[in-house]
Write a new protein. Structure first.
Length: 365
């Protein structure tokens, strides 16, 4: 009886120790098909190799800057790794809210020995940023609602006579302001010079005012695909990977409008304020999740291009559909005949001011 009691106690202690040794890691991203691709390519393989880690998905990347500022102010940083766009990474780094990363120490080299700094190249736009994917924000449209002349030009968004119906636009100034100026006659190379002036901001908002009553504003990248699927909008902007999922996986009557797609980067930052143990764990995860094979693996699930040069040749077919992924990438030559390169540094410097002006404009009747 005594031996049995000791055995039970020892077993219980082992179970408690096992549970206690499992550490939660909160990884913040954007949700939807994108988070699913990360879960399949990064999280599941990482937890399989590291059974002492339990990854918790948080879908708050859209509010990452504001929330990290609040966490830092409160002295309680609960996130471990955060997926952000390049301009937000620059802001967070400038404010001391993101850890500085040494690519050649903290990240894996390419399989042929090429250093991480050379493999990522110019996409290392901040010393705190670990690029993950190249994606674009572009438009999808309902093929059954555009008649015999499907849109081929970004300015169709502003042409409510030819293409009547609601449009879905993101509830922030980024991209909307650029598209508005392009469609109001401003040359592509002059966009940010014009936007740097009060008159340029007014010009962009005036152009958006012409369709304001026809816009459904979205905050999450999953909203436009749902609005298109439900037939509530005739066209709408979102991330190209979300549209790929809608078109190829869900077989909805939707097509891509690639014209003036805005290229951007998405990647990881590690917040400052973590304990040494959590910081080490976050760096270990990021080193794994941004190696050559893992970035190529993500492209099996969503049509975003990997940020490493060494990953590109490894991009093959969709994991479930079996279709070639290269033609669905925003960087494919057929899709990239007229692209717009997002200016990370300009938005990092002007985001807070433009956000305030844009939200004030939205609030007006």
């Amino acid at each position: 009886m005594k031996f049995r009691s000791v055995l039970i106690a020892a077993t219980a202690l082992t179970m408690v120790s096992s549970v206690a040794m499992t550490a939660d890691m909160t990884i913040v991203s954007w949700g939807g098909a994108y988070s699913d691709s990360q879960n399949n390519a990064y999280h599941k393989p990482y937890m399989a190799e590291n059974p002492d880690v339990n990854i918790i998905n948080d879908e708050s990347s859209a509010e990452a800057v504001a929330k990290l500022r609040a966490m830092n102010e409160a002295g309680n940083v609960t996130w471990d790794v955060v997926d952000v766009v390049a301009s937000d990474a620059i802001r967070l780094c400038d404010e001391g809210l993101a850890e500085v990363i040494d690519p050649d120490t903290d990240l894996a080299p390419a399989p042929d020995g090429t250093s991480a700094s050379d493999d990522f190249g110019d996409l290392l736009v901040s010393e705190c940023y670990i690029p993950q994917i190249v994606y674009s924000t572009t438009f999808g449209y309902r093929t059954d609602k555009v008649g015999d002349t499907p849109p081929t030009d970004i300015c169709a968004v502003f042409d409510t006579e030819t293409y009547p119906g609601k449009r879905a636009l993101e509830k922030r100034p980024i991209n909307n302001m650029e598209w508005a100026l392009l469609c109001d006659g401003v040359a592509k190379d002059d966009i940010y010079d014009v936007l740097s002036t009060p008159a340029g901001v007014d010009q962009a908002l005036a152009k958006l005012e012409t369709i304001k009553d026809d816009v459904v504003w979205w905050s999450s990248g999953s909203e436009t695909p749902q609005l298109l699927a439900d037939g509530e909008v005739v066209m709408g902007s979102t991330y190209n990977g979300r549209l790929f999922s809608l078109i190829e996986e869900e077989k909805q009557p939707v097509a891509m409008l690639w014209d003036a797609q805005v290229f951007d980067l998405d990647g990881w930052i590690i917040p400052t304020g973590l304990s040494p143990e959590r910081l080490a764990a976050a760096k270990k995860y990021v080193k794994f999740a941004t190696d050559t094979q893992r970035l190529a693996d993500q492209a099996k699930y969503i049509s975003y291009g990997p940020a490493r040069k060494s990953s590109a040749p490894l991009v093959g077919k969709h994991a479930e559909l079996g279709i070639d992924m290269a033609p669905h990438m925003p960087t494919d030559p057929k899709n990239a005949t007229n692209t717009f390169l997002y200016n990370y540094e300009w938005w990092a410097d002007n985001r807070d001011d433009l956000d305030a002006k844009f939200q004030a404009w939205l609030a007006k009747n």
